[in-house]
Design a protein around this ligand. Structure first.
Ligand code: 16G
Length: 241
């Protein structure tokens, strides 16, 4: 019971950040205030806050409270593209090596991201992605849709996952939310990407939706920090007079 309440408080708080109601640097309400407002225990509120601290959305300051992070930038992008399309647009040749492809039961975190029940079977694909024959990224895509086990029979080294979903499975990809974070690679990750241990990586997490509120994919990728440049075209909104 309390894990469900905690989960929805987390979602409520995430939404407040997403919508801009809580801005970077804002002090969030105390555990007691959140507990009273949502009719849950202080402990439950504390746990939800801690989880968002661990995810980097909040940070705590001793004696002052919990604040919305400034340093984790969630950048809105214009076009939703996959690796194959990205590389082609950069004039590079995309390639994939499948590390693993299997059906697994969703754990709590994945179930929350994909809006499904814990233990529901999902398709997990781990690939090494190459650009002009050089390893560029490691990607773990978790997919959930009716009949997703059919992906086990696909050649995911030769085919673009996004193209298969759209053209063969009739699942148009509408939008995605993505987070970007800098970090250091583990030894296993740096080995796969052929860089020295502890190299900088660009860690990305993406939830892709077929229709609003219907997530189909939750993917985690690590790009070599020295090889990838992230480009966005921004426009300044007209300020109110
Ligand atoms: C990108 C996506 C990933 C998607 C893949 C499909 C990010 C962070 N991730 O790597 O979610 O599964 O493209 O690529 O951008 P494909 O169509 O080439 O298989």
């Amino acid at each position: 019971m309390s894990s469900i309440v905690r989960k929805s408080l987390k979602e409520i708080m995430r939404e407040k950040i997403r919508s801009g109601e809580w801005k970077p640097g804002d002090l969030i309400p105390s555990e007691r205030e959140l507990g009273e407002q949502y009719g849950i225990s202080r402990m439950t509120a504390r746990q939800a806050i801690t989880e968002l601290v661990n995810e980097g959305l909040f940070y705590r300051e001793q004696g002052k409270g919990t604040f919305v992070s400034r340093h984790k930038i969630t950048q809105q992008l214009i076009n939703l593209t996959g690796f194959t399309e990205d590389m082609k647009a950069r004039g590079q040749r995309p390639d994939s090596r499948v590390i693993s492809a299997q059906m697994i039961p969703a754990d709590e975190a994945l179930a929350e991201r994909l809006h499904i029940k814990v233990d529901q079977m999902i398709f997990r694909l781990q690939r090494l992605r190459l650009a002009d024959e050089e390893p560029l990224a490691i990607e773990i895509s978790n997919l959930s849709f009716m009949g997703c086990e059919r992906l086990l029979t696909e050649d995911l080294e030769k085919n673009s996952l996004y193209r298969l979903l759209e053209e063969k499975y009739g699942l148009p990809l509408m939008e995605a939310e993505q987070e970007l974070e800098a970090g250091l690679m583990s030894s296993e990750e740096s080995q796969l990407l052929k860089v020295s241990v502890g190299s900088a990586g660009l860690f990305m997490r993406r939830t892709t939706y077929t229709e609003r509120d219907l997530p189909i994919e939750y993917a985690k990728s690590i790009y070599c920090g020295n090889k990838y440049v992230f480009f966005t075209h921004m426009k300044r909104e007209q300020l109110m007079p």
